[in-house]
Design a protein around this ligand. Structure first.
Ligand SMILES: Cc1cc2nc3c(=O)[nH]c(=O)nc-3n(C[C@H](O)[C@H](O)[C@H](O)COP(=O)(O)O)c2cc1C
Length: 203
């Protein structure tokens, strides 16, 4: 399977959480490209209340990593369960926690609590952040870059907010790891569409 693809269905089908990333630098133009793609996303009233904080500085990553390790280090340290796909996922998650500072780029997708302007409602923050984040990971996959969607900022929201300089009227929505993949892009593992589709009514 090729690392790059402009076939949108192929990109979606193989956009797995890539928790094993090389430490190689990601060219700035590629970062700008994936953020541009994120801004193509649908969003409430075209308010575009998103900001993308790109973190590459080693010291900053180390400071954030210390919070992630302190809270999540133990969570992924259990014995293998025998469920191969779960164990692989846990090993990958552990790797991402332990190697937080080695991930070349972290992109924090921030939503401003500013829609609608006359009476901001927090639910619009999330409907702003998630389509943009999904566009970003798909664009990265198309370029042959691996990503993992995470909510690592939730381990220490105030510390992340302070480190990233996020104001009180904004929220960190997703913490996305970005880099060149160490593993192959394989197909996502999902339920058959026949299990999840309902025609006309849920039941
Ligand atoms: C909102 C959100 C939060 C996630 N948080 C994490 C996380 O903290 N750590 C992690 O390793 N993966 C995280 N993931 C990735 C999912 O675990 C992953 O997409 C899921 O297991 C399916 O695997 P696949 O995307 O490789 O097919 C998150 C995904 C989403 C959408």
């Amino acid at each position: 399977m090729s690392d790059q693809s402009n076939d949108i269905r192929e990109v979606m089908r193989t956009c797995i959480a890539m928790r094993h990333l090389k430490t190689d630098e990601v060219p700035e133009q590629m970062i700008i490209d994936v953020v541009r793609a994120a801004t193509y996303a649908s969003n409430p009233g075209n308010s575009q209340n998103w900001r993308f904080v790109v973190v590459r500085d080693r010291d900053r990553k180390e400071r954030l990593a210390s919070h992630v390790r302190a809270t999540m280090g133990a969570r992924f340290s259990g014995e293998p369960t025998g469920d191969e796909s779960r164990d692989k996922m846990m090993a990958g998650a552990r790797r991402l926690v332990e190697g937080f500072a080695d991930v070349p780029v972290w992109i924090f997708v921030i939503g401003l609590n500013a829609y609608p302007p006359q009476a901001p409602n927090e639910s619009f923050v999330w409907s702003t952040v998630y389509p943009a984040s999904q566009n970003l990971v798909l664009a990265a996959r198309a370029l042959g870059l691996g990503t993992t969607f995470t909510t690592f900022h939730l381990v220490a929201p105030d510390a992340f907010r302070a480190e990233l300089g996020v104001p009180n009227d904004a929220h960190i929505g997703t913490s996305i790891a970005l880099g060149f993949p160490e593993k192959k892009f394989t197909s996502v593992n999902r339920k058959a569409v026949s299990e999840v589709i309902r025609w006309e009514r849920f039941s």
